[in-house]
Write a protein that binds this ligand. Structure first.
Ligand code: ZN
Length: 602
């Protein structure tokens, strides 16, 4: 690892050159300017009351109400972005934490103040609204959002029931909070291996890539051991969350938890089942990779803790400027202007808060609101993983950039389902470009290694967790009991099928693996990573093989934001996630990586 010496001396925030910090001043010139806007919004929000009870007066009042609502929400989001930026880069800064929570409070006030709009819209009725939209062009922009409101009406309950459901949201978050506090704050892990390397939530994945096998084995076991020791408590937190999902599903009169969850973004349940079905059919591609990996590592038996073991000792150093160049080269098929916007964002406009500093939050994300730059926070470490992470986050940021440029505020957001296509698309395009262009065998192996570990998470673990999630929800829906051993047995069985005979996993440690994912408390969330990587690779293949109009269609998808349902926006870009083709396309890419790796190491 080229970055280990640097970690012992992580610089303080003030030591980071401003060029490598994100451009917070472009959002508000100063903290005082932010304060003024916060106060201004706090004063303006109650005056939204002037529209209450008046929406049925006619299209002129209605369109004014909707425009004012959207502008209030947008400005509050900008206030929240600025406060959140200060906190994300310095989580020990108490003032930043306080400002962030003041911004949250403001968002809550705005949401409360505008809450009467939707019931009034529903009361006007869709026929009248349709006539008004034809008469008033400024209102027509809201057509999709109004149609979506009426689509959801079938599952909206009486005002009293809705109020109760709203009040339940906070106590219902308790199970997830308990899981998070137990595993992130309370768990103590035994150190790994002979070198006594510390195992924490932050170091676990680094240890999994350690060249010494005994270090990996002990890290894997010592990481999972506290989860095993608390298997009953952890089971109780998940089962509580499952029961809450089932309760909400029944109150809202959906046929199943799966249908209820996918209803939100109008995604047909076939998309979920199709993903799982095609995934299971193609598992032999993964099994072929295990056999190759076993040979390359010189092992008789491959264990889950060997999945990330390095295949080469000469991992390339990838500095930021190089990463930007490669990403721009890879995205060239989307057009010179696309690449120019991205390059300028990285090198001049300071979209990115790039390097680690003391107190900076973990992970990487793309963030902002219409009217701000599409910011990125990460901890760049001059390696392939950082480079790939940058490509991914820039995919999100370009999606935001084009959406914010093209859409009115009402459609300035997009679903995770669409988001993970845009981010994975960047990675797919860049990998395809690098493998086709730079032929040095060691470099190619490094590109493929990074790709395989990314696919392992998105395209093996996530679909397996999705199967687990469906199975446990169905059991609770049928009022069957679930013990810790039931959950562990189910998880171990699913991984046994996924891994096949070429991988050996001990049933205890792999059985509790589910508990290491807080994602499971957001029901039916993880499958979207697998559909994302599938859609992304299918679209990248269309564009890289020169399908006519493919790049233009893809840019229209990025510009669509929330103005269409994600499944429709993707279909018009050329990929239908209700069919086997995109999932098969992702497996074809995976098979190609295995072929190349076989060839490179023959
Ligand atoms: Zn992402």
């Amino acid at each position: 690892m080229t970055n280990s010496p640097r970690q012992s001396s992580v610089p303080s925030r003030s030591e980071i050159a401003p060029a490598y910090t994100w451009n917070a001043e472009s959002v508000f010139a100063s903290a005082q300017a932010w304060e003024v806007e916060l106060e201004q919004l706090a004063q303006e929000t109650p005056s939204f009351e002037r529209f209450r009870g008046r929406l049925a007066e006619g299209p002129a009042v209605l369109v004014e109400t909707l425009d004012v609502r959207e502008e209030l929400r947008r400005r509050a989001a900008v206030v929240q972005v600025y406060a959140g930026m200060a906190y994300a880069v310095d989580t020990q800064n108490q003032a930043a934490a306080a400002n962030s929570s003041r911004a949250e409070t403001l968002i809550g006030h705005v949401q409360g103040a505008v809450a009467f709009v939707e019931p009034e819209l529903l009361a006007i009725g869709s026929a009248t609204l349709e006539a008004w939209m034809r008469a008033e062009p400024r209102l027509a922009v809201y057509r999709h959002s109004i149609a979506d409101l009426f689509r959801k009406q079938a599952h909206v309950r009486s005002a009293e029931v809705e109020e109760l459901l709203g009040l339940l949201a906070e106590p219902f978050a308790g199970a997830s909070n308990t899981h998070s506090l137990l595993t992130n704050a309370d768990f103590q892990f035994q150190p790994a291996g002979g070198e006594e390397l510390a195992v924490t939530q932050g170091t676990f994945m680094k240890l999994m890539a350690h060249p010494d096998r005994e270090t990996r084995r002990t890290a894997w076991e010592n990481y999972h051991n506290p989860y095993l020791a608390y298997k009953n408590t952890l089971t109780s937190t998940l089962v509580t969350s499952l029961k809450q999902n089932v309760l909400a599903t029944r109150v809202r009169r959906h046929s199943s938890t799966l249908a209820a969850s996918l209803f939100e973004n109008n995604i047909p349940v076939e998309v979920f089942h199709n993903l799982i079905g095609i995934f299971r059919q193609n598992l032999p591609t993964w099994h072929r990779y295990w056999r190759l990996r076993r040979r390359l590592l010189g092992l008789d038996v491959l264990h889950p803790y060997d999945v990330w073991a390095p295949l080469t000792t000469q991992a390339p150093v990838v500095v930021f400027q190089q990463a930007v160049d490669w990403i721009c080269e890879g995205l060239a098929p989307l057009g010179d202007d696309y690449v120019a916007i991205m390059r300028k964002g990285c090198l001049e406009e300071r979209w990115i808060d790039l390097y680690p500093n003391q107190g900076k939050g973990a992970g990487a994300f793309s963030w902002g609101a219409q009217g701000t730059l599409p910011f990125i926070m990460m901890s760049y470490n001059d390696n392939m993983l950082s480079f790939s992470t940058l490509a991914h986050e820039l995919g999100h940021s370009m999606h935001s950039y084009l959406t914010w440029q093209q859409q009115p505020p009402i459609y300035s957001g997009y679903s995770l389902f669409a988001a993970e296509v845009a981010s994975n698309f960047h990675q797919a395009m860049v990998r395809g470009h690098l493998l086709a262009t730079y032929t040095d065998p060691l470099f190619q192996i490094s590109v493929i290694e990074e790709a395989m570990s990314n696919f392992y998470r998105y395209f093996l673990v996530m679909p397996t967790l999705a199967r687990f999630e469906l199975a446990v929800h169905e059991r609770v829906e049928r009022r069957l009991a679930l013990t810790a051993d039931d959950l562990m047995g189910l998880m171990a069985d699913l991984f046994a099928e996924t891994y096949g005979d070429d991988m050996t996993a001990d049933r205890e440690h792999i059985g509790i693996h589910w508990a290491t994912y807080g994602h499971l408390f957001a029901d039916y969330y993880v499958y979207q990573y697998a559909t994302g990587i599938s859609g992304a690779n299918a679209l990248a293949r269309r564009i890289r093989t020169g399908a006519p109009g493919a790049a233009e269609a893809y840019r229209r998808f990025l510009s669509a934001g929330g103005s269409q349902y994600p499944i429709d926006a993707l279909a018009s870009a050329g990929v239908d996630l209700a069919t086997p083709e995109p999932v098969e396309a992702a497996f074809a890419v995976l098979a190609d990586y295995v072929d190349r790796l076989e060839h490179l190491t023959a």
